[in-house]
Design a binder for this molecule. Structure first.
Ligand code: RB5
Length: 176
């Protein structure tokens, strides 16, 4: 698979072994940074990787920041993206078998690097189970549709041109 990877300054040290692990497992990494010495804003880097996913240039996304949380918040705002912030093997397995996640968020701080590598391996090798879980992930989109519509009472709502129509662009049932 092609994997988009992005991280912020909190993951400058931790990112290399994760990229190497993805490649060791036979995947191609498209690296959207960050590997410099400044303090940066994680949404700026998350969105580059997520845009590549939305444009069909990559199959999945892996994001990394201090906690993994900020990156996951950005990802889960993008239509068609199901992102799990995983702290252990159980999270990694179940977010694939039950939730068919297409985005993984890792924390760089307060985490064993070997455990993060194991999470990546499980996440990249575990298939989706489908069945009742397919129905449930489709409901994520349907039950939230009203709440993703523009709120006409908010300033700027008339300028809202966000694409909410096509899930990931090829229907939300696919593995992209
Ligand atoms: C940066 O200090 C930190 O806030 C960021 O890496 C991330 O953990 C945010 O959720």
């Amino acid at each position: 698979m092609k994997i988009a990877f992005a991280s912020d300054h909190a993951a400058v040290e931790a990112r290399g072994p994760i990229v190497a692990e993805i490649e060791r497992l036979g995947h191609e990494v498209i690296d959207f940074g960050y590997d410099g010495s400044e303090s940066v804003d994680y949404p700026d880097f998350a969105i580059r990787a997520l845009r590549a996913f939305r444009q069909g240039e990559v199959d999945r996304v892996i994001l990394m920041c201090g906690t993994g949380l900020g990156m996951s918040y950005v990802a889960n705002k993008v239509t068609g993206v199901r992102c799990a912030r995983c702290l252990d093997e159980y999270d990694a397995q179940l977010c694939r078998t039950h939730n068919n996640t297409n985005c993984l968020a890792l924390r760089a701080r307060h985490q064993d690097p070997a455990l993060n590598r194991r999470i990546v391996e499980i996440w990249l090798t575990t298939p989706f189970e489908g069945g009742r879980h397919q129905r449930r992930i489709e409901k994520i989109e349907s039950v939230t549709a009203d709440f993703r519509a523009p709120d006409p009472t908010l300033p700027g709502a008339e300028d809202d041109d966000m694409d909410r129509t096509g899930g990931c662009g090829c229907g939300c049932s696919c593995d992209r």
